[in-house]
Design a protein around this ligand. Structure first.
Ligand SMILES: [Ca+2]
Ligand SMILES: [Ca+2]
Length: 520
């Protein structure tokens, strides 16, 4: 009976032996001792009910921070800091981040995602320090460079006072290089020599040589779940899970169930950008994570907006939304700490043009379904190539150039527009067909909420351009369209009109626009 329930609801991983009782399935014993048909139905109804009430972060805007590279609020913890070394500690910390929460709120973000703060190796590994936080040596201690657990609690409390949520990065795949546990608990790790026999190399073999945790060992799963409960108890609102494609799906299913119980939002990273990777990315959302990063969309947006390629790949990615359990919950972004800066994509472009493309990219992002996620510095079009050049220290108002200030203000304004528009922040998305000869440069879709419908049009051409689309080729609702001074929400010089059975659009060069379709 119990086994059958687990199988049918997916609540109980099949081969994982969770601690007793597993925290993620505390509710199961309620059904364990009664196998009447009535309770079967109740159980199944409850499961579907809880799924229907899954947490949503639609309407939120995530701001990603790498604390070491954000702001130094406490010089007393600057051990081995070398700001000139791109792979060294730079001195940023939790006190500094706390002091800049007003900045993040003022920009218009609502969630702070901070990269991990665990205690790191005490010396450099392969020429790189643990400033990034992804090499945990001690999973329940804050690295002294970042501060203390009290500093983290203060940060979380101050964020909440400002109405900001906190999402903490969690590593569940590995320990840091040289962690003492590799010697003291050898059974906790997959071995280089034998891992390939266990199945998928990507899951069971070490990632970049990092000590790879054996989640199928009950002690390991217990350790990870208890550690997750420890950070939950510090008052966070959500977790970002690193490198989940290297972790058994069944373990993530159990972890997600624990977080659901605690009403925490979960966001997973599968760093794959190809158009065919959506199936794998979607599998983790189906396993219970609320959100996943939309890397294929990030790649397609970069190629189109910075790389001047066709919008075809963007359309193909969005057509795959049906593969996701909740495409509207996907985290969408232009860049992050693992890819080159969005502003670095076309080194041959002039500075002003790069800045204009970043504003175009940010506006485009804010018209799409999903939860916009901004990496620190993208709001000032910060430059930088691949890791570690993409992790330059954040700079604030006092050192901005006029051009950086202008990008910040455009981002801030675009975020206000996004927040004020229920359609842009929470509406369902429908991609509209465009004729093949216009498809390279024209992207057209609607976003619809209960009280607003917005027509989104992106023009990727290098010049101001007019497009005419047959109403008969658009969805039937367009036949009833009446345009009464349609407003372009981002305040750009763009026009939309109806004449002779056509929808006419005139759009600025390389711009993402959005019209409030009153009357549709
Ligand atoms: Ca410091
Ligand atoms: Ca692994």
């Amino acid at each position: 009976m119990v086994k059958a329930l687990w199988v049918r609801t997916g609540l109980r991983p099949s081969f994982f032996d969770f601690p007793n009782p597993p925290p993620s399935i505390e509710r199961i014993p309620r059904y364990r001792y009664n196998d009447s048909m009535k309770n079967w139905i109740t159980a199944l109804l409850l499961c579907s009910f809880s799924s229907a009430l899954a947490l949503s972060w639609q309407g939120e805007v995530i701001y990603q921070v790498m604390p070491d590279r954000f702001f130094d609020g406490d010089p007393s913890n600057n051990l081995d800091v070398d700001k000139a070394g791109p792979r060294d500690w730079h001195g940023g910390d939790l006190k500094g981040l706390t002091s800049k929460l007003e900045y993040i709120k003022n920009l218009g973000a609502t969630v702070v995602w901070l990269t991990p703060i665990y205690a790191q190796p005490t010396s450099k590994q392969g020429g790189t320090a643990g400033y990034h936080g992804y090499w945990p040596w001690d999973f329940s201690t804050v690295d002294p460079h970042f501060g203390t657990l009290e500093d983290f609690k203060t940060f979380t409390a101050e964020a909440h006072k400002l109405g900001l949520k906190v999402m903490l990065d969690q590593v569940v795949n590995h320990f840091g290089y040289g962690a003492p546990q590799v010697l003291s608990k050898p059974d906790w790790f997959h071995k280089d020599g034998s891992c390939a026999k266990l199945g998928d190399n990507e899951i069971f073999c070490p990632l970049s040589g990092l000590p790879d945790l054996a989640q199928e060992n009950p002690e390991v799963s217990k350790f990870l779940l208890e550690n997750n409960a420890f950070w939950t108890a510090q008052g966070v609102d959500g977790f970002r899970y690193d490198a989940v494609k290297h972790v058994p799906l069944e373990f993530m299913r159990g972890l997600a169930a624990q977080n659901v119980k605690d009403k925490l939002y979960t966001l997973g990273e599968v760093f794959e950008t190809s158009l065919s990777s959506t199936v794998k990315i979607a599998s983790f959302q189906k396993a219970g994570l609320n959100s996943m990063f939309d890397f294929p969309l990030q790649n397609a947006l970069n190629n189109a907006i910075m790389g001047e390629r066709s919008f075809d790949a963007v359309r193909i990615v969005l057509e795959k939304d049906e593969e996701y359990a909740a495409p509207d919950e996907l985290a969408i972004f232009l860049d992050n700490h693992d890819v080159a800066r969005f502003a670095s994509k076309s080194p041959l472009l002039k500075d002003d043009e790069v800045n204009a493309r970043v504003v175009y990219g940010i506006r485009a992002l804010l018209t799409l379904r999903g939860i916009p996620t901004l990496w620190q510095g993208t709001e000032i079009a910060m430059r930088g190539g691949i890791d570690p050049d993409n992790r330059r220290d954040m700079r604030f108002e006092a050192t901005w150039t006029p051009a950086e200030k202008a990008v910040f203000e455009a981002t801030q304004e675009a975020l206000k527009v996004h927040k004020a528009s229920s359609a842009l922040s929470k509406g369902t998305q429908a991609v509209l067909p465009v004729p093949e000869f216009q498809a390279d440069d024209l992207m057209l879709f609607t976003r619809t909420s209960s009280d607003q419908k917005v027509l989104v049009a992106w023009n990727n051409a290098a010049e101001r351009k007019s497009y005419s689309l047959k109403l008969a080729k658009l969805p039937p609702e367009f036949a009833n369209l009446k345009l009464e001074n349609p407003q372009e929400l981002f305040g750009q010089d763009a026009k939309v009109s109806l004449k002779g059975g056509y929808l006419h659009l005139t759009l600025p060069a390389r711009a993402a626009t959005a019209f409030d379709l009153k009357g549709l």
